[in-house]
Design a protein around this ligand. Structure first.
Ligand SMILES: Cc1cc2nc3c(=O)[nH]c(=O)nc-3n(C[C@H](O)[C@H](O)[C@H](O)COP(=O)(O)O)c2cc1C
Length: 365
C-alpha cells in the first residue's frame, strides 16, 4: 500500500514524498517574463516547507501564449542566468522543480502579450474574450517547435522536469475539446485527430530532452461544459500519451467558463467537498501505465493518504493550501495533522493581478 510520506520515482527523478505543488501562477516575474528574487523566495519557502516537487506557475513558450501579468516566460534564451540562479537556489535548499509549459491560446490576453489571440479555430467560446485567429498548419508546427525549445532550455538550465499544461481551457485543451476545435484537417474532428497536437508536442519535447528526463502533463478529465471534452475522450488522450511515453498525468477538470465546476472550486468546507477530481483520476489510473496524481480541493492529510492508499494514486497535488501555508507538508509530517486552514475563497488572485505577487489575504490568527 502506497503512503504519502514515501519516496516516488518519476522516470529517473526520485522525490522524498508524494505531495506535489500544483502549478500556480505567482505573478512574480517582471513584465518580460523574467523570474525575480521574489519568486525564488516563494519556491525556497515551499522547499523548506517539505514539498516533494514544486511545479512552477504556467510558463509561456511563445509571446502570444501569455495571459496574466507577472507570468513566467521560457520563450527566449535571454533569461538563462535568471533561471539558473532560480534552479540553483531551489537545489541548494534541497528541493526539486518542474516547469509547467503553456500556450494560453484563445485565453491569452492581447493587452498583456501584445499579440493577437490564436487558437485551433476562429470561433466564439465562453472562455474567450474575443474570436481568436485560427492557427495554420505552419503555425501549429512553429508552436510545437516552441514547446520543444522551451523544454530544452528548462532541462539544460537545471529544471528537474517539465509539465505540459493540457487542462483548464488552454491551447492543448482547446485542441482536445470539440467545443473549441472545429478544424477539418488532421488536428480536428475525431478524438484521434484532436489529441494529435498534444501528442506531437509531447513527442517533440521527448526528442529534445531524451528518454531519461521526466515529462508530465496536467490533463482535464472533463471540461464540465456542454459540448466540451468529456471523460471518454480524455481517457483516449491519457492512454495515447501514456503509450507515447509520458511519465505522469496530473488529473484536473473544468475551465474558467465552467461555473461551480471551475478548476479552482470555492467553499471546500467539509470533507465531502475535498478531492473533487478523485473519481476522474481513478478512472484514468485504471486505464494507463504511467503515474497518476490528482489535484483539486485536498485539504486534509487523511484525504491525501486515502487517495494513495485506497484509490492507488501515485500522489496528490496542492495549490491554494500552499499559498497560505508553504510549510504544510512539513507540518503534517511533523505530526501536526490538522487540515489546511485555506478557506478556498480565491482572493489570493487579487494581489497577483495588482502585480504584487499572490499571497493569502485572509487573516492568519
Ligand atoms: C492563484 C492561482 C493560480 C493558478 N495558476 C495555475 C497555473 O499556472 N497552472 C495550472 O495548471 N493551474 C493553476 N491554478 C490551479 C491550481 O493548480 C489547482 O489546479 C486548483 O487551484 C485546485 O487545487 P487546490 O484546491 O489545491 O487549490 C492556479 C490556482 C490559483 C489559486
Amino acid at each position: 500500500m502506497k503512503k504519502i510520506f514515501e519516496e516516488i520515482t518519476i522516470n529517473k527523478l526520485t522525490l522524498p514524498n508524494r505531495i506535489f505543488r500544483s502549478a500556480t501562477w505567482e505573478g512574480m516575474c517582471d513584465d518580460d517574463g523574467r523570474p525575480t528574487d521574489q519568486l525564488i523566495q516563494c519556491y525556497r519557502d515551499m522547499t523548506e516547507g517539505g514539498i516533494g516537487l514544486i511545479i512552477s506557475g504556467y510558463t509561456y513558450v511563445v509571446q502570444s501564449g501569455k495571459q496574466l501579468p507577472g507570468k513566467m516566460g521560457l520563450h527566449t534564451n535571454d533569461f538563462e542566468d535568471d533561471y539558473r540562479k532560480m534552479f540553483n537556489a531551489i537545489h541548494e535548499a534541497g528541493g526539486k522543480i518542474a516547469i509547467q509549459l503553456v500556450h494560453a491560446g484563445g485565453q491569452a490576453n492581447p493587452k498583456v502579450s501584445g499579440c493577437p489571440q490564436e487558437a485551433p479555430s476562429a470561433i466564439e467560446a465562453a472562455q474567450f474574450d474575443s474570436v481568436p485567429e485560427a492557427m495554420s498548419e505552419t503555425r501549429i508546427a512553429e508552436v510545437i517547435t516552441a514547446f520543444g525549445n522551451a523544454a530544452e532550455r528548462a532541462a539544460n538550465w537545471g529544471a528537474d522536469a517539465v509539465q505540459l499544461h493540457g487542462a483548464h481551457g488552454y491551447l492543448l485543451n482547446q485542441f482536445l475539446s470539440p467545443l473549441t476545435n472545429q478544424r477539418d484537417d488532421n488536428y480536428g474532428g475525431s478524438i484521434e485527430n484532436r489529441a494529435r497536437f498534444s501528442i506531437d508536442v509531447y513527442n517533440e519535447i521527448r526528442k529534445r530532452v531524451g528518454p531519461d528526463y521526466p515529462v508530465m502533463i496536467k490533463l482535464n478529465a472533463c471540461d464540465e461544459l456542454e459540448g466540451g471534452l468529456q471523460i471518454d475522450d480524455a481517457l483516449y488522450a491519457a492512454k495515447a500519451l501514456s503509450k507515447a511515453g509520458i511519465d505522469l498525468i496530473e488529473v484536473s477538470s473544468g475551465t474558467g467558463a465552467s461555473g461551480d465546476k471551475t478548476p479552482v472550486r470555492t467553499g471546500i468546507n467539509k470533507p465531502e467537498k475535498e478531492a473533487y477530481n478523485l473519481t476522474y483520476a481513478q478512472k484514468i489510473k485504471e486505464a494507463v501505465n504511467c503515474k497518476i496524481i490528482a489535484v483539486g480541493g485536498f485539504r486534509s492529510l487523511e484525504t491525501a493518504e486515502n487517495a494513495v492508499a485506497d484509490t492507488g494514486l501515485d500522489g496528490i497535488s496542492l495549490s491554494r493550501p500552499l499559498i497560505r501555508e508553504p510549510n504544510l507538508a512539513a507540518r503534517w509530517k511533523s505530526g501536526d495533522t490538522s487540515p489546511s486552514t485555506c478557506i478556498s475563497c480565491n482572493k489570493c488572485f487579487v494581489p497577483g493581478l495588482k502585480k504584487k505577487g499572490i499571497y493569502c489575504v485572509v487573516d492568519k490568527d
